[in-house]
Design a binder for this molecule. Structure first.
Ligand SMILES: [Zn+2]
Length: 264
């Protein structure tokens, strides 16, 4: 692969890697956005043509172009004028940015692996932020990605070896399970979502056990900031702030890259 990448680097300067990465990023993010819209409703994203969420009409190929179709149609269905969910646009813009960055900085094979991992992480992030839902199998898929491919795809970023990652997976799962049990015993109610321990296991499998404390710390600081903002808003609207649930999974995923930078 190294020889192949060296030849590729001669033929294709990094800008073309970034362009290819951006295109792949947009296409995969477009699929991830469809999963984000359909999964929580129990619909399959792989069967049947994509249809308008308003009138149900099947979409033609030129209505399915990521970002472009949304902009040309000004975010509305061509038939019923119902607004198209902005999830599609945000997700595709995120895919564009992340894909371009990966394509610029990473060799092709590692870049493809990294893009796959990033897409699983983004779907988990969005599902938790929007629906407070972290599907276990998706977290475990990310954990397996971390164990199998993390050391190779993140070679320049993370110094964790396979043992560090395996320990990270076990400690990540055990620590959040322990916190959840302790909290339930102490307060008599659930403080953590059931999907958090597998996700923290996946984070340990990606960056090694070394990054777990920093990830949890940064996510907690972020959670505190979100809680203060929501509290201020709840005061105005008289919502019951005690019913608020923070998307800990989203915060953990957001903290992950920063924690990897901090890790020794
Ligand atoms: Zn429509």
């Amino acid at each position: 692969m190294a020889v192949f990448d060296a030849i590729l680097a001669l033929v294709l300067p990094p800008i073309w890697g970034a362009v290819a990465g951006a295109i792949l990023g947009v296409i995969s993010a477009s699929y991830v956005a469809t999963l984000l819209r359909r999964w929580p409703r129990g619909q399959s994203a792989s069967h049947g043509r994509s249809g308008c969420e308003g009138c149900g009409a099947p979409l033609r190929w030129f209505e399915l172009l990521p970002i472009i179709s949304f902009v040309i149609q000004r975010g509305r269905c061509r038939r019923c004028a119902q607004p198209i969910a902005a999830d599609h646009l945000w997700m595709e813009l995120a895919g564009l940015t992340i894909g371009a960055a990966i394509g610029w900085f990473w060799p092709m094979a590692q870049g493809l692996a990294l893009l796959a991992g990033a897409m699983i992480a983004i779907l988990l992030f969005a599902l938790d932020a929007r629906h407070q839902w972290l599907p276990h199998r998706l977290s475990w898929a990310l954990a397996i990605w971390g164990l199998a491919l993390g050391g190779w795809a993140l070679a320049g970023v993370s110094a964790a070896n396979f043992t560090d990652r395996l320990v990270g997976l076990v400690v990540g799962y055990a620590s959040l399970t322990g916190i959840a049990i302790t909290y339930r015993w102490w307060s008599g109610r659930d403080g953590l979502g059931g999907g958090d321990p597998p996700l923290f296991a996946a984070i340990g499998a990606i960056g090694g056990w070394q990054i777990l404390p920093a990830t949890l710390f940064l996510a907690s600081v972020g959670g505190l900031a979100v809680a203060v903002l929501r509290l201020a808003r709840a005061r105005e609207s008289n919502d019951d702030w005690r019913q608020m649930r923070l998307p800990l999974g989203s915060l953990l995923l957001l903290a992950l890259p920063f924690a990897m930078r901090l890790a020794p």
